[in-house]
Design a protein around this ligand. Structure first.
Ligand SMILES: Nc1ncnc2c1ncn2[C@@H]1O[C@H](COP(=O)(O)OP(=O)(O)O)[C@@H](O)[C@H]1O
Ligand SMILES: [Mg+2]
Length: 422
């Protein structure tokens, strides 16, 4: 049997008015009997764009092509009954409001229809006034639900933007601290330089000629000054290199230099307390293919987390190992003691494995699955933001690296980072 056509009724007033025609809401009528279908079409064609379907299959086709506000669905139909049609329609468009047409159904069936999402039901043969009221109410509900849905979507977008912003702010804050510490390093050589210049000035005084011992002493001091100037230039160049590299995918950094900067930063960090920190430089040193500040930031977050894991003094060890051949992370599965983070990982690259290992309290199996979630923290208010590991994850992704976390309660925690070597 051919399905009914859609009644795209002509503009009201026979085209006499010049006022723009209002967009009519779409009303879908699903009934395998022709009588109710046609009578609903005639009654509602002025106010709604009425679409007719003689079975569930045609109804679904129409719902896939058109935004439906309200569907009037006969409960008893062959092949696909009204409840199944309603469920399938709502799967396509969750905000469709469904009014059930019932005949001899038991109250239980009607209850089931309402429980599954029908907003109303009317007995056949239906009263036109009651039907008009039911459809108008359903349409209002649809409009409100659509508005809620649109607002929820906007809210979700806004929340994700805010989260990104917050993460970016945290990254910039730590970046500032790292830069500050590097700049601070320049104070040492500058103080020495200024001391030697004073000494030279004293020696020279008003003398116009320098000879012998006097001349040698001034020459020695000038040598020391030259050394310290070299040192300051190194530091400022390192600092400038960090700054310039910020957005460059081709950034390179010497691993042992990162370890050295990290050690200086952590040495004065308030989180260090009585804990021990051991950093093993790699011999021979290697270059890594990532931004130096990002790597310091990753290691800083992991080490401070390890310090903060318990007030009881424990040891945190940072070490590096060049991986031979390709690293196969496939056997590492998320479980009660393990987590793998590998979004953006380039497994074809040559890799170095950096590990941050602590013999602290470890992470409980029911917590391990949550710690990478943004804002998740087990620390008291004011101590943890819950963003540290999100930052690690983001920076690692940008560097095409991966991370394996292994932790056992009572034994400690090891974070192993796999990073590309050029
Ligand atoms: N080395 C570790 N030992 C024990 N727990 C850890 C360790 N590293 C991370 N965690 C857990 O992961 C949680 C989330 O860490 P993070 O994202 O850095 O946020 P925050 O440090 O602000 O809590 C911590 O609150 C802690 O429970
Ligand atoms: Mg942290």
């Amino acid at each position: 049997m051919p399905s009914d056509s859609t009644s795209n009724s002509a503009a009201p007033n026979g085209g006499q008015s010049s006022a723009p025609a209002k967009v009519k809401p779409n009303l879908l009528v699903v009934d395998d009997e022709d009588g109710p279908r046609q009578s609903l079409r005639v009654v509602f064609m002025n106010d709604y764009n009425v679409m007719l379907a003689n079975d569930g299959i045609r109804a679904l086709e129409l719902a896939k092509e058109n935004k439906i506000n309200v569907a009037v669905v006969d409960l008893r139909m062959q092949h696909m009954d009204g409840i199944e049609v309603m469920e399938k329609l709502k799967a396509v468009q969750p905000t469709i409001e469904v009014i059930m047409l019932t005949a001899y159904e038991t109250i239980d069936t009607i209850r089931q229809a309402l429980r599954l999402g029908a907003c109303d039901y009317l007995n056949k043969p239906f009263d036109i006034a009651a039907m008009r009221k039911a459809i108008a109410k359903a349409n209002e509900r649809h409009i409100v639900n659509e508005a809620i849905r649109a607002n929820n979507e906007k809210l979700a977008t806004l929340q994700s933007e805010l989260h990104n912003q917050r993460l970016q702010e945290e990254i910039m804050k730590v970046r500032g601290e790292i830069y500050g510490s590097i700049l601070h390093d320049i104070n040492g050589p500058l103080t020495i330089i200024s001391g030697y210049i004073q000494l030279i000035n004293q020696r020279i005084g008003d003398t116009h000629h320098l000879e012998g011992e006097e001349l040698q002493a001034v020459k020695d001091r000038l040598n020391k000054i030259t050394q310290q100037v070299g040192c300051s230039i190194d530091i400022s160049q390192r600092y400038l290199a960090f700054m310039k590299q910020q957005a460059s995918p081709a950034s390179r950094v010497h691993l042992n230099q990162v370890f050295k900067d990290l050690a200086e930063l952590l040495d004065v960090h308030p989180g260090k307390g009585e804990h021990k920190l051991k950093i093993d430089p790699l011999s021979p040193d290697i270059e890594l293919q990532m931004n130096g500040t990002d790597l310091i930031q990753i290691l800083l977050n992991l080490t401070i987390n390890a310090f903060q894991a318990s007030p009881r003094p424990h040891t945190v060890e940072i070490s590096a190992k060049l991986c031979d051949g390709q690293v196969d992370l496939a056997p590492i599965k998320d479980g009660p003691n393990d987590r793998l983070v590998r979004e953006g990982f380039n497994s074809n690259a040559k890799l170095v494995a950096l590990s941050v290992r602590d013999n602290g309290p470890g992470i409980a199996p029911d917590v391990i699955g949550k710690i990478f979630q943004p804002y998740f923290t087990t620390k008291p208010l004011g101590q943890g933001t819950g963003l540290g590991l999100s930052i690690v994850q983001r920076l690692l992704k940008e560097a095409h690296g991966a991370l394996h976390l292994h932790s056992r309660v009572g034994e400690g925690t090891t974070f192993t980072l796999y990073l590309p070597v050029p």
